[in-house]
Design a protein around this ligand. Structure first.
Ligand SMILES: Cc1ncc(COP(=O)(O)O)c(C=O)c1O
Length: 1024
């Protein structure tokens, strides 16, 4: 068989001929370049002034009637969409939109000129985020809205890609698919389509549609903030067909190469529905129609490739389409249907209202699952949510300890039965099977779809109503259900549904038989113990299921947060059947409400991170966990030094709180021991300490000490330095007093330029240290000239707010020499960079081989507990003791000291300084290698786990790239990695994670960082 399609014979026009046509018809003088095309002959035409057009020579089969419809569509769509993103037609010299032209072989064609729509094709553009797909759907909806009203003209035209002919086309061309497996999938898809379509066909709306929202026809202008601008080209496949075919086509292409194709479709459909509401019947056929478009693409592609093997354009999406078709055959079409309904704000499971009505009607007639009512004082509801102390305390425990913990909890509540809530977001589903690849990295299934009833192993479970044993299975993997029974219920006056009982004892596997009828109230099984139930504390997981899909003996008991609404429609609240009230359903935190409450109660100068703030409810190690139980890798919080919410810290704090927490006016061994240990970490003569409550307080006290001891007031500080939030600290912090809302420095504060090798005044590492120290000397000399001396020179040992800048060699040594020579004290602010963060040394001032007169400590010292310290010499402390008592109500209290001690213990026991050295050095090397690949990375610097990555628009000019930095931070956040920016140009990615950040965390960070660096908005240095 050698079949050709007339519409595939493209018009015969050379580039030279096209140049002439352009001149003759439009008076334009352009250079031309042929564009790929399937049916028409298109040229990109560029004028000398940079203006670009597309010259379109239609296939000879194209009728004037159809081209008029197309032009009408272009006009209508362009009116609804942003200017320039739809190519509406230019008139020719005669003011006509169309010109008639003849090819050298005599055939007649219509000629049109449209503007060139700029942008990357959607196939090339990345990332396809949720927002991008919503926008794509919205554009598709807008185009449908614009086009469907165009009057129907009867056209003698049949296109291969028309959905209303899909069954005939596929049947006709199916044999061209050589791969048997794919051919079989196409046949099966066709069967599904036929079956679904039959009752719906007459009910589907029809109208003109673009019909080719493919990933080469959608053009994207990348943007660093907000959703990118989208354009649409090629209206040549317009047809009068089912309106729902429009989003179906768009979905088929948007789903290509996605980790979870349905996720992409859902966002697109949501966006579409917002602009052009879809109807229930349309949603029912949508998934099979998506399959049909893929099948058309595969089938026609196979045929066309036979005829035109060299045409790459034809084959471009073949492979991907086959892969997607295979993947979509793993999806239950009903599940896709429910997802799509939810995306359009409909009840996901259409018969849920029917079930709910029935359940309410028979509510009092269910048998008790434990043989006795649950709504008594014997029952207490447990909070196992991600942010509960119950979860946080029990998660790291052995099963025995967990049991003991639960038993104690129940005893305290005078209860015997613990109930775990429906729809609770939990963080403890740790196995890989709970992780789903999504558009942005991964999402964990955390939403509990059943109710847990915690009672001892061996407790008998009774059937709540009559049912048939539908499935029995031992789901043996760790953290799975263990032995599980699913009953099927067919009430006379209600819909069919199922109930699931998980974590049972193994006996039931032998005792129950599939098909066996179980009457309500009869013993069904016993609760299993931890050895047989998947490794959990004994309990039964009870769940109602309205659609079992194709699951066989196992069924998801937890859902993705992004699919919560769908799943709770398929698996409704089992509380009613168990005789429990609303207390057994978890309430979700409403982020909008929380934000409003925060705005109403907190001062507005407190900032929130990220465009869409995160609701963080728990910390664990190097992770922060949000209210949906999702883990974020924290790369920026150097306060949680030994890891967030470290249990040893919590214990140290709690144990001491039981005993004593008071001020330093009594003799007590706890604060003395801590002060001794802390001072023991410093080189002599730094051996005397004042305990305070924060880094700010530490610097405030350091200032007082310096002024008292030197009898002077003037301070030397660094450009962009930050030392704390009190009035005096703001005065010595150029980062604040020179920033927004600041009033500049007071006359006693003198600033030197930031010793910044990459961007500063002096960039030669061999001489910079001395040259910057000379700036310190200049100020000392100036003061001397005025009859004054510096009270002190304060400097971070690596610069934090300045942009994670390590100091040039010799800078502190020489600066200290100058300051001391002029009678001032030298203060090292180690609030950010102390406690082993630099890796090589415990204190970062050691990197500079100096011993300061005063060192101030904060942040990591208490791992989040408010603690700070000033360390100085005995001599200085003596001079400070001039008769005025230094009293600090909370400084040196025993609870804080116990926490501080626990931090030091953990650091030592876990070798965290060594980890900072090894992990930090490795990460820095890897980042340096990325610098060679991505010109956006201008500089990589720092020590240990205190690194800075400076982003620049141009490695030569070093122009800062703050928008790119913001883009990266936002994108990494959506991939569940937390970073932030720093530096005067807001273009430095600052990296200072908890010290438990390990090699595998660093690897994950690098993978995601590279992925984002490759995204389209970062490819060119877009300035806006
Ligand atoms: C270098 C430096 N010093 C002092 C402080 C003040 O510490 P705190 O906010 O704990 O009072 C900060 C806080 O960011 C800091 O970065």
């Amino acid at each position: 068989m050698n079949k050709t399609l007339p519409e595939l014979e493209r018009p015969e026009f050379s580039e030279q001929e096209a140049v002439l046509l352009l001149e003759e018809n439009y008076g334009l003088c352009c250079t031309l370049e042929e564009l790929p095309g399937e049916r028409d002959r298109n040229f990109l035409a560029q004028e000398h002034n940079g203006e670009s057009y597309v010259l379109k020579i239609s296939n000879s089969c194209e009728t004037l009637e159809f081209l008029k419809v197309q032009n009408n569509a272009l006009e209508s769509a362009a009116m609804l969409l942003e200017k320039g993103r739809i190519p509406s037609v230019y008139p020719n010299k005669n003011g006509e939109p169309l010109s008639r032209v003849r090819s050298t072989n005599g055939s007649l064609h219509w000629l049109r000129l449209v503007p060139y729509v700029d942008g990357l094709s959607m196939a090339e553009y990345r990332p396809h985020t949720r927002e991008f797909l919503l926008e794509l759907g919205a554009m598709c909806g807008t185009v449908t809205k614009a086009l469907h009203k165009i009057p129907l003209r009867t056209l003698d035209r049949r296109l291969l890609w028309e959905m209303h002919n899909v069954q005939d086309t596929l049947n006709e061309y199916l044999t061209w698919i050589k791969d048997k497996k794919i051919r079989n999938l196409v046949s099966r898809s066709l069967d599904l389509y036929k079956l679904t379509m039959e009752p719906l066909e007459s009910k589907l709306r029809r109208g003109w549609i673009h019909n080719d929202f493919n990933d080469y026809n959608v053009l994207v202008l990348p943007k660093l903030a907000g959703t990118p601008d989208l354009g649409l080209i090629d209206f040549g496949d317009m047809t009068h067909s089912y309106l729902v075919a429009e989003p179906a086509v768009a979905c088929a292409y948007a789903m290509l190469d996605k980790p979870d194709p349905l996720e992409a479709a859902v966002h697109l459909i949501r966006g579409f529905h917002q602009r052009f509401p879809l109807e229930e019947n349309e949603l029912e056929i949508l998934f099979p129609m998506i399959l049909m478009r893929l099948c058309l693409s595969i089938t026609i592609g196979a045929f066309q490739q036979q005829n035109d093997p060299k045409n790459e354009y034809l084959g471009i999406s073949q492979q991907h389409a086959c892969e997607l078709l295979e993947r979509l055959h793993e999806v239950n079409p009903r599940f896709a249907h429910y997802l799509f309904r939810e995306a359009c704000n409909m009840e996901a499971f259409p018969s849920l209202p029917e079930f709910s009505k029935w359940q309410k009607k028979v509510a009092g007639s269910f048998h008790f699952i434990l043989g006795e009512p649950l709504n008594t004082e014997k029952t207490t509801v447990l909070d196992l949510s991600a942010g509960s102390s119950f979860s946080a305390k029990s998660e790291g425990m052995s099963l025995e300890a967990q049991q003991e913990f639960l038993d104690t909890y129940l005893r305290e509540k005078n209860a015997e039965i613990g109930v775990g809530k429906y729809l609770e977001a939990r963080s403890f589903y740790a196995a890989d099977e709970f992780v789903n690849d999504s558009l942005d990295g991964h999402e964990k299934r955390t939403i509990h779809l059943g109710i847990d009833i915690c009672v001892p192993a061996g407790t008998v479970i009774y059937a709540p109503m009559k049912g048939v044993v539908h499935q029995i299975q031992d789901n043996k993997s760790e953290l799975d259900y263990g032995p599980t029974v699913i009953l099927k219920h067919q009430p006379e006056d209600g819909p069919v549904f199922y109930t699931l009982y998980g974590h049972l004892s193994r006996e039931c596997l032998k005792q129950l038989k599939t098909g066996q009828i179980v009457s309500g109230g009869t013993a069904l099984a016993k609760i299993g113990d931890s050895n047989e139930n998947g490794g959990w504390l004994p309990h039964v997981h009870f769940q109602i299921i309205l659609d079992l899909f194709d699951y066989d003996g196992n069924y998801p008991g937890v859902a993705l947060p992004s699919r919560k609404k769908v799943w709770c429609s398929i698996c409704p609240d089992p509380g009613l059947m168990l005789g429990l009230g609303s207390e057994s359903t978890a309430e979700e935190i409403d982020s909008g409400q929380l934000l409003n409450r925060r705005r109403n109660v907190f001062g507005q100068s407190l900032s929130l991170s990220y465009q869409e703030p995160l609701i963080i409810v728990r910390g664990q190690g190097q992770s922060l966990i949000d209210s949906k139980g999702q883990f974020y890798l924290d790369c920026v919080n150097n306060v949680a030094h030994v890891g967030h919410s470290h249990p040893d810290i919590a214990k140290a704090q709690s144990n001491q709180a039981y005993v004593l927490n008071t001020n330093t006016r009594y003799l007590n061994p706890v604060n003395i021991e801590y002060a001794e240990r802390l001072c023991g970490l410093f080189p002599e003569p730094l051996n005397t300490c004042f305990l305070v409550c924060s880094g700010s307080e530490a610097n405030e006290l350091a200032l007082r000490i310096a002024s008292t001891v030197s009898g002077q007031k003037d301070m030397i500080v660094l450009e962009e330095a930050y030392h704390g939030n009190t009035k005096a600290n703001i005065e010595i912090s150029p980062y604040k007093h020179n920033g927004p809302g600041g009033n500049g420095p007071p006359e006693w504060v003198h600033e030197i330029p930031m010793p910044y090798l990459y961007r500063g005044l002096h960039r030669d590492p061999d001489t910079a240290g001395k040259l910057y120290a000379d700036e310190v000397l200049k100020i000392c000399e100036k003061l001397f000239g005025q009859g004054k001396k510096p009270a002190a020179f304060i400097c971070e040992s690596m610069l934090g707010c300045g942009g994670h800048v390590p100091l040039p060699d010799g800078f502190l040594k020489q600066s200290y020499k100058h300051v001391r020579q002029y009678g001032g004290l030298c203060i090292a602010d180690e609030v950010q960079v102390g406690f082993g963060r630099a890796g090589k040394y415990f204190w970062s001032f050691e990197l500079q081989n100096v011993v300061p007169d005063i060192v101030t400590l904060g942040k990591p010292i208490g791992n989040g507990h408010p603690l700070g310290a000033v360390i100085t010499t005995q001599k200085i402390a003596e001079k400070f003791a001039n008769g005025m008592e230094y009293f600090n109500t909370f400084g040196g209290n025993q609870v804080s000291c116990s926490v501080g001690m626990a931090v030091l213990d953990i650091m030592e026991n876990k070798g965290l300084q060594q980890n900072a050295l090894e992990t930090g050095s490795w990460l820095k090397e890897e980042l340096e290698m990325l610098k060679n690949v991505f010109p956006l990375i201008g500089d990589v610097r720092g020590e240990g786990l205190f690194l800075g990555v400076e982003l620049v628009l141009d490695p030569e000019t070093r122009e800062p790239a703050p928008l790119q930095a913001d883009y990266l931070v936002e994108r990494l956040k959506s991939r569940k990695i937390l970073l932030s920016t720093e530096g005067p140009g807001h273009n430095v990615l600052k990296f200072k994670p908890p010290m438990v950040f390990n090699h595998s965390d660093a690897q994950n960070l690098l993978v995601d960082l590279q992925q984002v660096l490759r995204e389209s908005p970062l490819q060119k240095n877009h300035k806006a």
